[in-house]
Design a protein around this ligand. Structure first.
Ligand SMILES: [Fe+2]
Ligand SMILES: [Fe+2]
Length: 340
């Protein structure tokens, strides 16, 4: 049961061509991988479906019969539970193939015939990427722990993550002056689950207490922003990861208010990082519609009234406008990820 030292990461090679399969298998085994081989896309999908939780890297040819590499990649992306690093092998120009697979495509491309040094470089990035993914899964697990400990639900994290995505994605298209990139849109959504990570550091029982908080208790609760913000800042200083820096900003500033008067820093307007402004809205919108130990849920009608009141005072008007353009999607997310 406990065998982390002896488990080898599994790689699946899918290709119609036996020379490619042989060369790739030899190199991967040399590098310490456990290698699985499929001679076509159909068999590749079957092997992957059976062992998907062990296979972390898939190297697939694109031009195959009867099932081609695009179909293989699509199937994996649709069904994967763990992050899977996919390398697409192609004899055509890589640039042209990339056009066909912008979204949910492979993580990397390899031109045929396979060059050993290119393969080694790719495996190096694959290992780094998988390690990063494992770290973010670990952080998401810790975030769930913090949420449960703080009387929040996992549903709250799932919903706010999606609300953040909808707003960031909309702002990326509608407000180019903000300078948001597609990568940052994705990052804002992913790292949003850490906004309340600081609740781990609050005294036992405080957040699950029934009834209203005393002013002293409320002051202690406010510290979750600083505890979480500082934790992520330290992680950022060690890793240099801009993604973690974004997490720091969200944890630190999600209770700031656009016109000032929020906590912990009392920032105003654009002094509050955009990621924090988006999180502030997503968090409050969800809180208004949710049951908490100290309050009943509001109807959508009343929640929207509160949001209107908060436009330009609590919330960044641009973020509220983004919500107004996407009301229906918010309703769908709320219904799809309702608390049990
Ligand atoms: Fe919070
Ligand atoms: Fe929250």
């Amino acid at each position: 049961m406990f065998d982390s030292i002896t488990i080898k990461p599994a790689t699946l090679i899918i290709s119609n061509e036996s020379t490619d399969r042989g060369l790739l298998a030899e190199k991967l085994e040399e590098q310490g991988f456990y290698v699985l081989i499929a001679e076509n896309g159909q068999v590749g999908i079957e092997i992957w479906a059976e062992k998907m939780n062990a296979i972390r890297i898939v190297i697939t040819d694109l031009a195959m019969v009867p099932v081609d590499g695009l179909e293989v990649i699509k199937t994996i992306r649709d069904q994967q539970e763990l992050s899977t690093y996919i390398v697409a092998l192609t004899a055509e120009g890589v640039g042209m193939q990339q056009q066909n697979l912008l979204h949910d495509g492979p993580d990397a491309w390899m031109q045929k015939p396979v060059q050993v040094d290119q393969l080694e470089a790719l495996l190096h990035s694959a290992k780094l990427q998988l390690r990063l993914n494992d770290c973010s899964d670990l952080l998401a697990g810790l975030a769930e722990l913090a949420a449960e400990r703080g009387g929040e639900t996992v549903g709250h994290l799932q919903r706010t993550k999606r609300y953040c995505f909808v707003i960031a994605d909309d702002l990326c298209g509608q407000c180019p002056a903000l300078g948001l990139t597609e990568r940052q849109v994705q990052d804002i959504a992913e790292i949003s689950v850490l906004h309340d990570i600081g609740k781990i550091g609050l005294p036992d029982g405080l957040l699950t207490k029934r009834g209203r908080y005393s002013p002293k208790e409320y002051e202690i609760i406010k510290d979750h922003t600083i505890i979480g913000g500082n934790l992520l800042k330290k992680l950022y200083q060690r890793s240099g990861s801009v993604y973690i820096l974004m997490g720091h900003e969200m944890a630190m500033t999600h209770h700031e208010k656009w016109a000032g008067g929020g906590y912990p820093l009392g920032l105003q307007g654009e002094e509050i990082p955009l990621a924090g402004r988006i999180m502030a809205f997503a968090d409050v919108y969800d809180a208004l519609l949710s049951r908490r130990p100290y309050k009943d849920p509001l109807s959508l009608y009343h929640a929207e009234h509160a949001i209107k009141e908060g436009k330009g005072s609590h919330f960044d008007p641009l973020v509220v406008e983004s919500y107004e353009r996407n009301r229906q999607r918010f309703v769908e997310i709320y219904n799809d990820f309702k608390d049990k």
